[in-house]
Design a protein around this ligand. Sequence first.
Ligand SMILES: [Zn+2]
Length: 519
Amino acid sequence: MAAPSRLLIRGGRVVNDDLSQVADVLVEDGVVRALGRDLLPPGGAPAGLRVLDAAGKLVLPGGIDTHTHMQFPFMGARSVDDFHQGTKAALAGGTTMIIDFAIPQKGSSLIKAFETWRSWADPKVCCDYSLHVAVTWWSDQVKEEMKILTQDKGVNSFKMFMAYKDLYMVRDEELYAAFSQCKEIGAIAQVHAENGDLIAEGAKKMLALGITGPEGHELCRPEAVEAEATLRAITIASAVNCPLYIVHVMSKSAAKVIADARRDGKVVYGEPIAASLGTDGTHYWHKDWHHAAHHVMGPPLRPDPSTPDFLMNLLANGDLTTTGTDHCTFNTCQKALGKDDFTKIPNGVNGVEDRMSVIWEKGVHSGKMDENRFVAVTSTNAAKVFNLYPRKGRIAVGSDADIVIWDPKATRTISARTHHQAVNFNIFEGMVCHGVPLVTISRGKVVYEAGVLSVTAGDGKFIPRKPFAEYIYKRIKQRDQTCTPTPVEREPYKGEVVTLKTRETKEDAAAGTRKQAHP
Ligand SMILES: [Zn+2]
């Protein structure tokens, strides 16, 4: 390797979720070796040690995007950011790890889907990544494969869709079975929470009314459809004492359901995304069809313009926990598959490059959260929930050297013309953001600096995740020990038992004189 394997990040303010301190960070062989004052040896840097001056800047754990769909074959198209371009864009935005989704078709093997996604990602990724696996149908085979994925393949999170009827949607009894198995194997259950039956009916209704444009996408699946499914998922997970993670929280009402459940003591986590925190659904009524269509995703952005602020407040105060992007990008010509029918517009928006800056701008610059909470919601909490902590999500001796040197005062303007994402549109177009990544370090290597990427496809690695993450399972295990209901000991009933005769004669039925036990 030509690049120096040792880096010294000097004089920056090192920010973890619990503490900020001015310190030098020494990086060697991809990990943090030392953290402290004045680590530079007297006499200057020895050969092979590169010194990066971070005075006046913040030194943050690299972002973890909990939710992406790179090169995802979906709705007759394939998302244009592949694992190469998508992870490059991530690094340019200060994100050093993504968690994508392996999604099998109904009736197909989960393990095969997992291996397929690995084969797409491994040769292309420029930063570390991991995979959630979707459960899109139920059988003994699925149950067994979930166990194998958890024990042997490094998967500890499974996502169930309550929407996309006939494609990915599972019913309540399947959710119950899948949640039970998650609990058994120490995984966290994730849900796309929307009522798929109501969406299907709503879509028919909109099309019958002649509403074929992108606004129909939101009108057929209003907030209540998301809030109902969120509550239903929480109720089912609670019934089996399984930890639950709600992906892409898009509405105020769904966020309130999660906040209430947490106050009731439920082990549930909510993930708003860059889109729901940074923009809103008024764009579905935009005069340009392509502008509106580029905002189509499920669940939709909400037309209530107070939604982003509301979600950011909940993220700041702990009601919501992590942030992803649901990065799943389609170019205008792909979105045009639905030019005459909004149900055929491929669902998905950008965000993997934009998330950190959007959250800094709307969260930290606005005064809603401090730099430590920013690190928590962009990195640390994800590492804890998905059992990567403290290898990821923290700058400490022994942690992976996934680090961003961040300038909180600099600004940049987000635009499709300058972003690194492959897609030809950006839902945050024109947004001026404070908070700019100056240098991104992935696995101990400088991969982005002064606006220039220097990456190699395949340099990122698949990061396996162990089951029973302590952050979520300590409480679950304790509850199982102390809260399991036991049968009451009571005197058996010793009296008479009378059987009610309800047999119906042919004559009774013919005469319509059925006798009812309860009139
Ligand atoms: Zn998604």
